[in-house]
Design a protein around this ligand. Sequence first.
Ligand code: 26W
Length: 817
Amino acid sequence: MTEMTAPKSPISSKDFADEVREQLKYTQGVTPEQATAADVYVAASTAVRRHLMDSWMKTQQDMVNGNTKAVGYLSAEFLMGRQLRNALLNAGLTEQFNEAVKELGFDPQDVVDAEYEPGLGNGGLGRLAACFIDSLASLGVPAFGYGIQYKYGIFRQEFDEEGRQVEHPDYWLANEDPWGHVDYGRDQKVSFGGKVVEEDGKRVWQPDWSVRAIPVDYMVPGYESGRVNTLRLWQARSYDEFDLLAFNKSEYMEAVEPQVKAENISKILYPEDSTQVGKELRLEQQYFFTCASIHDAIRVFYPGEDKPDLTTFPDKITFQLNDTHPVIGIPELMRVLIDEYGYDWDTAWTITNKTFNYTCHTLLPEALEVWPADLIGKLLPRHLEIIEKINDQFMAELKTLTKDEAKIERMRIVTGGDKPAVRMAYLATYAGSHVNGVAELHSQLLKDVTLRDFSDLYDSKFTNVTNGVTPRRFVKLANPGLSDLITEGLGTDKWLEDLDLLEGLVPLAQDDEFVKKFAEVKHQNKVSFSNFAKKEYGYDVDPNTMFNTMIKRLHEYKRQSLKILEVIAQYADIKSGKVKIEDVTPRTIIFGAKSAPGYYMAKLTIQLINNVARVINNDPDIKGKLNIIFPVNYNIRVAQNLIPATELDEQISQAGKEASGTSNMKFALNGALTVGTLDGANVEIRARVGADNFFLFGMTVDEVEAMYANGYNPAKYYESDPRLKAAIDMVAGGTFSNGDRNTYAPLVSDWLTKDWFMTLADFTAYHDIQSQIETLYADQLEWNRKALLNTANSGYFSSDRSIEDYLERVWMTGPLK
Ligand code: 26W
């Protein structure tokens, strides 16, 4: 594969090899002969980091000394993926690395494979944060990502003999992490508990325990921008390393208790990505990282100042709240300003209001965080007081805006009754300057439904910023073949910085020779994925079948069950002879999904998919025409291998439930056709790539609403579509559970009596569209023409564009001068 990007760094491969040797010697203490691939990985990573050091330091200096407002992206999750290839790309050292490593006697891929992927996020929200900090750096905007360095990331998934998901701890730091720099000297103190007392007419918080927040810094290099930003992830440690007093009484376990309690805060990422867990530890985590980050920003922007003028704080930094997880930062900044720096309430409020903005990433009511007031009061008594005062101020303000008492009551930040609770989304909406959804439809639904009362009275706060994905990782690194072809087609590689340039490929869709080259790239990617699947999982995948992929968290609203029911129905058609095996389009159906550990229906669906795969893949009647694979432990690395190889991707959520989706964008950019509903960003993807180049099916948001309103009866669909009935009967009858009728009974019963996300109502339309898909697929030239048009028209979905929208609509800042 040729590298089209000219190396920016003047260093030769020989010199880079010398630098790697030096690192091997002085950090690892091994000779090149003794070195393992893992040693070379650490050495090369350290060498790359050194190359980025000057730009990193310069960026920090310019940020503090300059007059460009910085962005603080507060997020409980950053799902970064592997770092080495990305850092090499952005440092302009890819060729040098490849050559140097070979010179040292290693295969570059083995070296890259020595990196263990950090899984510090659950899914879309965490990966979006990673794309955003990449784009911020690439655009030269001064920014910090602020989050938590969890010791254990998202669990490692295994499947047991029965095909059930089993979770294992993901100890990603078992080996050296050359990217994270632990900065002990810039720690922060984070306190909890205790009480608030009155002293000289002031409220004084007397916490009863504290933890030490230690920053671990990761460089975030921009592509071709010469800028390197910082991802600062906090680690929790105890101040009291050991309680000697308790130890002397030989109560060993009690002696280490404070240490255990402190370190627990950053121990584990909560694996729920759509339902609030409401656990005390979770609130501790949220406060832990927002408190440390706010103090850190003050330290960075007012160095050495005892009495900084914090009325300028909103000119120094704007904090973006990535969903409600960091919203406790709002009362924290109020507290810091009032209690620590002596500002009056109104001044503090103005500063806070200007500093924060909030992004909502969901439409599911159960995902909106609501914390019991007594829990907040126990952990953060002063913050509860402040929240209550904000609520009082809000209620008074509302009385001036509306006479509608019921509306005012509905809008309470702190709910009434004997078990008051704090609605974090409401707090963020009222206290911040802007609120945005993550796709046009989602932002509209936020205004019309979720935050309707707020949009009635504070319409100017609301805006939309449609999500995006970084083309560096998800096109250039993931799909070098396509990247080279794009560069060839456009005659420039500037598209990596300006993805709108992809439109230049539109005319080439009429050039059959170019379309064939595009098809050949896809085929090569399918071959590569087949090799990957064989090596990693032992799967036999035929690259001459249609690659049809559904990758996302397992959730009922995303409707993996719609997909698996269609597969089962197709199987039933073949078994019953209704469809002749010669007429079946050979497909490899690929699932990737983790379920929240406590989500019963989702876990049962995983089990069902695995067992459908087992039965169909081993049925000689199918003659290999359908092959279902479920690569275990789906992660960013698997995504980077799978997305470029996919021809058809599934975005089949019930309309009005998926806020945006971001894999849909990655697929379109990589030339897959989408089968999807009018949900989330699918709407915008379809509008851009063209209705002819998108397989639309299913009910719209309005149709869904109407069906709820009229009383939805799923059994009716079961009775009226014989294919659907056959599929459900197969599941119920034990075809996929060795004859046992109980295994999937809860799923079957849910489908027939509740079917909350209307899988059954959309089933017939889904089948019909699959037939159209197969017809088109038979004409490979036409299929690939449409696929190419997806790539050509998806430049809008670059996260660079999302960031530019945030800069203009929300943050009111720009690149460093
Ligand atoms: C409190 C439990 C919890 C944890 C995480 C609730 C909700 C979340 C996230 C907001 C869920 C999430 O990841 N949302 C996804 O965000 C993506 C990026 O904007 C969107 O593309 C997805 O549609 C949305 O589901």
